[in-house]
Every structure is written in structure tokens, then in C-alpha cells.
Design a protein around this ligand. Structure first.
Ligand code: A3P
Length: 292
């Protein structure tokens, strides 16, 4: 990290912000990790459905058996499918038996080089960034390790400037999307998962070569719907210390919908967002569903 990739000139600040909050020197160890063909990484920008992927990956591996999935988690749903960039994770990852599953918010450039030798598999989950912004705003209110937003306006500016955990959404998606053919990657959207979770689960199972019966697929789906996850204490970080998550301010599993941005953005903010989106995403042919 002493020589950050040029690509991160502008969002570097954000990455340092991210790294200071969550990621100590471990990031340096990640690039050289040995990757096995069976390794799976779910990559997300924050607030794009990370916990959803943690739940789905666990359930896929348990063939839909919630009890055995739960036995692998104690504190939160992220226990068994942790962030590779967190403290101690690279060592833990190295020691762990296959299949190893992790999530990450890191950009492509900071991930293990071995991924580009087509080792391991990556599922990139993209969410429409207007909804991410709103979800993030509320998350900042409950996450005590993040700055409490002064106002939605102020947070809007910060997000647009990439001054939030994980940096610029635009840089994040570009870093992965533009390299998607160099790694074994399934690109999927949060919206696609909302609209047809069964197809999304089947797509992921196929990609990961996990064979499931129709009944097992339905069990995975059942235990990963918003309605059911909203009732799960682990998915809501209920046991997290109040210094980390202040449950009086809201729930982690908040709305789980498409288009909530329309209840928050002003016309001017929306026009500004669209302009930046058009400019930044001109080389990224990914399309998003903005509302239903
Ligand atoms: P909202 O705040 O819009 O409700 P992350 O885990 O990356 O922080 O993402 C959290 C967002 O994903 C929250 O969005 C949360 O409600 C949503 N989410 C988590 N599990 C979900 C599920 N099973 N279905 C739909 N949305 C889900």
C-alpha cells in the first residue's frame, strides 16, 4: 500500500479511510495468498447485499439446511464467511480447509494475484448505487464506528466524492467490471436477486458447481428471503456491542427493496447523480434496475 495503484489516485483517500476503519496491514498479505480452485469470494461494495451473500453461500454449502448453516455461525451470519481483509483473516484463510468462502469490499487491484490465473471463483454483486447511497446513509446512523451523517445532503456529497467506507462506488465497480474476463467471475445484481431469488440461487449454484435438488434450492431461497432474514438475530448483528451497532437507531436489515432512493433524492440530486453516472460509467455496459 505504500505504492498504491495509479488507478486509486483519487479514491485512495477513501481506501485509507476504509483501511483505517477496518483493514490494518493485512491488506498487504492478501495479494500473495495462494488460491485454490475451490475458493469463493463474494465481492460487494458496502450496502450491496454482503450479508445476503454470506447467508446464501453458507446455505449453498449446507444444501439449504439452516441448522447446519447456523452451526457455523455464532456471533453474526458473517462468522463463517468473513471479510478477507479483516484482522487475522489472511492467516485464518491460509490454514482453513476447503471449500473456503469469503466476502470482500476490496477493489480488484488489491485482491490475490492468483485470481487472474483463473484460480478460485468470484461472485460480484452489484446494486444500483442510488439505493446503496440511501442504505449507507442509514447504516452510518447505526454504525458507531462510522461518522454520523450531519444530514442526507451532506452524506450525498460524501458518497459522490467517494468519501465513504469503501471509497467511490464508481471506482469499485469499474475496477472489477473492467477486469471481469481475467478472473472466473459471475456478475449478478442485487435487483436480479430481489426479483427472482430462485433463478439467482440456481445461477450461483451452477457457477460454483454445487448440485442441488429442487427442494434444496427452495430451502436456500426460503432461508435467505428478506422477510426471514429480518427476523434473524445474527443477520441483524443483534449481538454486536452498542459501541459498534446502535440498535436503537435502526435495524441492519432495513427495507430490502428497489427504488427507496426516490423517497430521499431531490430532483437536483437525482440530476446530479445521473450526470456523474453517465460520465463515470461510459465504459461499463452494466445496466441497473432503478425501481419497480
Ligand atoms: P437496505 O438498507 O436498503 O434495506 P450489506 O450487507 O452489503 O451491508 O447490505 C445491506 C443491505 O442489503 C440492506 O439494504 C439490507 O436490508 C439488504 N439485504 C440484506 N439481506 C437481504 C435480503 N435477504 N433481501 C433483500 N435485501 C437484503
Amino acid at each position: 500500500l505504500n505504492n498504491p495503484p495509479v488507478h486509486f489516485k483519487c479514491p485512495l483517500k477513501l481506501f485509507f479511510l476504509y483501511i483505517e476503519v477496518h483493514v490494518p496491514h493485512e491488506v498487504d498479505q492478501i495479494k500473495d495468498l495462494e488460491i485454490r480452485d475451490s475458493d469463493v469470494f463474494a465481492v460487494t461494495f458496502p450496502k450491496s447485499g454482503t450479508i445476503w451473500m454470506q447467508q446464501i453461500l453458507l446455505l449453498l454449502e449446507s444444501k439449504g439446511d439452516l441448522r447446519s448453516a447456523n452451526m457455523r455461525t455464532i456471533y453474526t451470519s458473517s462468522d463463517a464467511v468473513g471479510w478477507i481483509e479483516l484482522k487475522g483473516q489472511p492467516e485464518r484463510f491460509t490454514r482453513e480447509e476447503s471449500p473456503r468462502m469469503r466476502v470482500t469490499h476490496l477493489p480488484f487491484e488489491l485482491m490475490p494475484t492468483a485470481l487472474t490465473q483463473r484460480k478460485g471463483k468470484v461472485i460480484y454483486v452489484a446494486r444500483n448505487p442510488k439505493d446503496i447511497l440511501v442504505s449507507f446513509y442509514y447504516f452510518h446512523k447505526i454504525a458507531k464506528f462510522l461518522e454520523t451523517p450531519k444530514s442526507f445532503d451532506d452524506f450525498f456529497d460524501k458518497f459522490m466524492n467517494g468519501e465513504v467506507l469503501g471509497g467511490s462506488w464508481f471506482e469499485h465497480i469499474k475496477s472489477w467490471y473492467l477486469h471481469k474476463d481475467e478472473v472466473n467471475m459471475l456478475f449478478i445484481t442485487y435487483e436480479e436477486m430481489i426479483m427472482d431469488l430462485t433463478s439467482a440461487v440456481k445461477k450461483m449454484a451452477d457457477f460454483l458447481s454445487i448440485e442441488l435438488t429442487e427442494d434444496e434450492v427452495q430451502q436456500v431461497v426460503k432461508h435467505s428471503t428478506f422477510k426471514n432474514m429480518k427476523e434473524m438475530s445474527k443477520a441483524n448483528y443483534k449481538r454486536a456491542h452498542p459501541n459498534l451497532i446502535d440498535h436503537k437507531e435502526g435495524t441492519f436489515m432495513r427495507k430490502g427493496t428497489i427504488g427507496d432512493w426516490k423517497n430521499h433524492f431531490t430532483v437536483t440530486q437525482n440530476e446530479r447523480f445521473d450526470k456523474v453516472f453517465e460520465r463515470e460509467m461510459k465504459d461499463v455496459p452494466a445496466s441497473f434496475i432503478w425501481d419497480i
